[in-house]
Ligand binder design. Structure first.
Ligand code: ATP
Ligand code: MG
Length: 569
C-alpha cells in the first residue's frame, strides 16, 4: 500500500476527553474517528487490526469445533419477555419501535435468540452438544461510555453459545473454550491472565475472565504467585486473618455528629482513620433484613454476602433502615441492635476503640470495641478483597494488578433453556432441559487493549499479529530516485498486503514520527548515504534496534525480525 494513497489522518492533538493511551493513540494514528458518544468509525488502519483479531478468533473457534452463524441485530421484545430480561436489562439495552408499534432490542447479547433457535431445531440428544458463534456488532447504552473502543455503545463481539445434555458435557466444552481463548490471546501477542470471576449467581458458580494486563484497566486482579490463585477483586475470597481483637481502652461514648453521615465525613470530624469506623449497612432478603458490618475503608461485597446467606440481597429502603435501626439513614451501628441478624466481616475484628453510628439521628459512638460492645452473629468474608489480603489457597498476602476484560466464559446451566423451554428427548425418551454455556470476546476492545499494553511516548507498538501493516518502508527522500527504486524493490519482495510504502515527499522527521505513531513492528529506512554503500536500515519498533543490511537481504531480515516477535502457540 502506498502511504500517499491511504487514508491515514495522523494528528498531533487529540480531544481532551481521550484519557487513556489507547484512546489517544488510535485517534492520533488515524485509526478511528469519533462519531458520537461511544460511537466510532473505524478507518482503514484500525479496521485492519479489528479484522485480524476476528480472523484469529474465527480460526480458533472453528478449530475448537464451534460453528459460525449470524443472528440479526434486532430481536423482538417477546423473546426477551420470556426470560424477564426485557425489564431486568434496564436502560443498558437499546430499543426501537417499528412502524407497527412493535418493540425490538438492539442486541446487547444473544442468549434469547439462540435459545429460541435451539428449542425449535434441536429435539433429540443426538443433536447435542452444539456450539454456535457469531462475530457481530453489539449495542449497549453504557452509563459512561469512555476510553474510546474500551467502553463503547456500539462495539464488536464474538459471542458463542453451547448446548448440552449434561453438566459434564458442558464442562468439557467449557474447557475447550478456555483453551481456545488462551490460544487466541496468546496469538494476539497479549500479556494476559485468566481470572476467576463473579458470575453473579447465588450458587457461586465460577466463571472466568480473560484480562489483558494494563495500568489503565478498569478491573483489579488479585493473585498469589505462591499458590497460583488469580481472581477478580469482586470474586476473590480471603482467608480469616485470625487472631483476637486488639484490646481497646476507651469507654463507649456517644458524640454529636450533626448531619455527618458518610464514613469520610465522620472520620474527618472525629480525626480518626476511616478504617476505624464500623460501616453498617442494612440489606433486605426474602426472609427479612440483615445487617452487614465492614471496616470503614472497605466495601461490602454483595455477591459474597448473597453467597454466604444463600439468598438474594438488596440494599434496604430508608423505611426499612429506620425500622431496623430506629434512626434515619446514615447513623446505623451494631451497638444495641436487636432483633436482626448481624454479619460482620473479618476486617471489623481488627478495630479497637472504633467509631460507629449510634442508631440515633446526628449521633455516633466512639470507643467501640467488638466483643465488648457488640457481638455479631457471624464472622465471615463479606468485603471486597484488596492487595495484602490473605490468599484463600494459602498463598500468603495477595498482590493486585490492573486488567482489561477482553473475554468471558460462563456456565449458564439452565437459566435460559429452562425459562424458554429448550428441551430435548434423551436416550430413554424423556424430556430434558438442555444445559448451556456462553463465551464472549470483545473484538474491538481487544484492539484497544493491545494498544494499551503496547505503546511508548512516540506511538503504538503493534504486536505482529494485530498490526495494520507489519512493515513500513520509508525512503527518507522520496524525490531521490535511487532511494525510491530500492524502496520499491524491497516492498515488492515483502507480502504486498502487509507492507506500507511511505512514498510521501514530506520532511524525513515527520515521516519517521508518523511511522512510529502508526506502529508497524518493523520499519525499513532507505537513506541516501547508506544506499551509496548499498545498505538500508531495518529497525525494530519495540526497542529501536537497528540492523544495517544490503538491499537484497532486507526482506529476509524483516521476515526474521517479525518471526522473532511472533509468539508460539
Ligand atoms: P464489563 O464488565 O466491562 O462491562 P461485561 O461483563 O458487561 O463487561 P460481557 O457481557 O461478558 O461484558 O461481554 C463480553 C465481552 O464484550 C467483554 O469481555 C468485553 O470484552 C466486551 N465488552 C463488553 N462491553 C463492552 C463495551 N461497552 N465496549 C466494548 N467492549 C465491550
Ligand atoms: Mg457491562
Amino acid at each position: 500500500m502506498l502511504w500517499s494513497r491511504a487514508l491515514i489522518p495522523t494528528m498531533k492533538e487529540v480531544p481532551s476527553d481521550a484519557e487513556i493511551p489507547s484512546h489517544r493513540l488510535l485517534l492520533r494514528a488515524g485509526m478511528m474517528r469519533r462519531v458520537g458518544s461511544g460511537l466510532y468509525t473505524m478507518l482503514p488502519l484500525g479496521w485492519r487490526s479489528v479484522l485480524k483479531v476476528e480472523a484469529i478468533v474465527r480460526e480458533e473457534m472453528n478449530r475448537a469445533g464451534a460453528q459460525e452463524v449470524r443472528m440479526p441485530v434486532l430481536s423482538p421484545e417477546d423473546l426477551w419477555k420470556e426470560t424477564g430480561r426485557w425489564d431486568v436489562y434496564g436502560k443498558e439495552m437499546m430499543r426501537m419501535e417499528d412502524r407497527h408499534g412493535r418493540f425490538f432490542a438492539l442486541g446487547p447479547t444473544h442468549e434469547e435468540v439462540i435459545t429460541d433457535l435451539i428449542r425449535t431445531e434441536v429435539s433429540s440428544y443426538r443433536q447435542l452438544p452444539v456450539n454456535l458463534y457469531q462475530i457481530q456488532t453489539k449495542f449497549r447504552d453504557e452509563i459512561r461510555p469512555r476510553f474510546g473502543l474500551m467502553r463503547a455503545r456500539e462495539f464488536g463481539m464474538k459471542d458463542a453459545y453451547s448446548f448440552h445434555e449434561t453438566e459434564d458435557c458442558l464442562a468439557e466444552t467449557y474447557r475447550k473454550m478456555h483453551e481456545a481463548y488462551t490460544r487466541i490471546f496468546t496469538r494476539c501477542g497479549l500479556e494476559f491472565r485468566v481470572v476467576e470471576a463473579d458470575s453473579g449467581a447465588i450458587g457461586g458458580e465460577v466463571c472466568h475472565e480473560f484480562m489483558v494486563l494494563a495500568e489503565s484497566g478498569e478491573a483489579t486482579i488479585l493473585f498469589s504467585e505462591e499458590s497460583g490463585y488469580c481472581a477478580s477483586d469482586e470474586r476473590a475470597d480471603r482467608l480469616d486473618p485470625g487472631g483476637e481483637s486488639p484490646e481497646g481502652s476507651a469507654d463507649l461514648a456517644e458524640v454529636d455528629t450533626p448531619g455527618l453521615k458518610s464514613v469520610d465525613e465522620v472520620a474527618a470530624f472525629l480525626g480518626v482513620e476511616p478504617g476505624r469506623l464500623v460501616k453498617t449497612l442494612v440489606y433486605e432478603t426474602e426472609d427479612g433484613p440483615v445487617v452487614a458490618l465492614v471496616s470503614g475503608d472497605r466495601d461490602v461485597n454483595e455477591g459474597k454476602l448473597a453467597r454466604f446467606l444463600g439468598k438474594r440481597v438488596e440494599l434496604a429502603s430508608p423505611e426499612v433502615i429506620t425500622r431496623v435501626t430506629k434512626a434515619p439513614v446514615g447513623f446505623a451501628g451494631p451497638v444495641g441492635l436487636s432483633g436482626v441478624r448481624v454479619i460482620a466481616d473479618y476486617s471489623v475484628r481488627g478495630i479497637a476503640d472504633g467509631v460507629t453510628g449510634a442508631n440515633r439521628e446526628d449521633a455516633h459512638f466512639t470507643g467501640v470495641n467488638p466483643g465488648r460492645d457488640f457481638d455479631p452473629d457471624d464472622w465471615c468474608d463479606i468485603a471486597t478483597a484488596r492487595a495484602g489480603d490473605l490468599c484463600p489457597r494459602g498463598g500468603g498476602p495477595m498482590q493486585a494488578i490492573r486488567g482489561i476484560e477482553v473475554g468471558h466464559i460462563f456456565k449458564l446451566g439452565t437459566k435460559y433453556s429452562g425459562a424458554m423451554g429448550a428441551q430435548f428427548l434423551d436416550k430413554d425418551g424423556k424430556n430434558r432441559t438442555s444445559v448451556m454455556g456462553c463465551y464472549g470476546i470483545g473484538t474491538t476492545r481487544t484492539v484497544a487493549a493491545a494498544v494499551e499494553q503496547n505503546h511508548d511516548e512516540n506511538g503504538i507498538i503493534w504486536p505482529v499479529a494485530l498490526a495494520p501493516y507489519e512493515v513500513t518502508v520509508t525512503p527518507v527522500k522520496a524525490a531521490h530516485e535511487e532511494s525510491m527504486i530500492a524502496a520499491r524493490t524491497i516492498a515488492d519482495a515483502l507480502p504486498a498486503d502487509e507492507t506500507l510504502l511511505d512514498d510521501r515527499s514530506g520532511r524525513p522527521g515527520a515521516k519517521f514520527k508518523d511511522a512510529d505513531l502508526v506502529g508497524s513492528p518493523v520499519r525499513v529506512t532507505i537513506g541516501e548515504r547508506n544506499l551509496a554503500e548499498g545498505l538500508v536500515e531495518v529497525r525494530r519498533r519495540r526497542d529501536g534496534q537497528v540492523e544495517k543490511v544490503s538491499v537484497e537481504s532486507a526482506p529476509e531480515v524483516v521476515a526474521r525480525m517479525l518471526n522473532e516477535e511472533t509468539p508460539r502457540v
